[in-house]
Design a binder for this molecule. Structure first.
Ligand code: ZN
Length: 189
């Protein structure tokens, strides 16, 4: 049977967003609630998958190896507090490269669903930007906007978007606890 996943963006959801990109582990600052949220989610049967745009690689600002190293350290820190990340997918391309994986395109979610046998229509996407919500909706996921990161400043963009969040949450902990409480609810169209 196909599995269910909770997909989530990284910067602005798990850790503080930086306009000039997270370029080193020193610049990776967990939100205070993030590891607790992931430990709650780890007790469920959802796969936990990060889908993240990392155009800093394509722009030559950060090396791919550095991004991988930051992600590895993040995973270890999450595991120390009882959490788990099953997979991390990221797009290294620049916006003008026209790749299918950069959000708002749903490529990362589609790739993950093939590799992990995920039923996207029974899965969730959590993000702090319209591009996350658009990617989630285009992939068929129930999509939750959090108000951390760019969330608040992006709210007005939804006024003119065909892609709407299905649920608004304060932060990752709020979103995860809501999912765990409502996961048996039939998925909306
Ligand atoms: Zn890409």
């Amino acid at each position: 049977m196909a599995k269910r996943a909770v997909f989530m963006d990284r910067d602005g959801v798990i850790n503080l967003n930086r306009p000039d990109y997270v370029k080193s582990w020193d610049e990776f600052i967990f939100y205070p609630f993030a590891k607790l949220a992931l430990s709650h989610l780890t007790k469920s049967d959802f796969l936990i998958i990060i889908v993240s745009n990392q155009s800093s690689i394509g722009r030559g600002i950060v090396k791919k190896e550095t991004v991988d190293e930051i992600n590895q350290k993040m995973k270890e820190e999450i595991e120390k507090e009882g959490g788990r990340i099953d997979a991390i997918y990221y797009c290294p391309h620049k916006p003008d490269e026209g790749c299918p994986c950069r959000k708002p395109n749903p490529g990362l979610l589609l790739k993950a669903s093939e590799e992990w046998d995920i039923d996207l229509r029974k899965s969730y996407m959590i993000g702090d930007a319209l591009s996350d919500i658009e990617a989630g909706k285009r992939a068929g996921c129930f999509s939750i906007l959090v108000l951390t990161g760019r969330g608040k400043e992006q709210l007005h963009l939804f006024l003119n978007s065909p892609y709407q969040y299905d649920k608004l949450a304060l932060d990752l902990l709020d979103a995860v606890d809501w999912i765990l409480k409502h996961k048996k609810v039939i998925h909306p169209k």
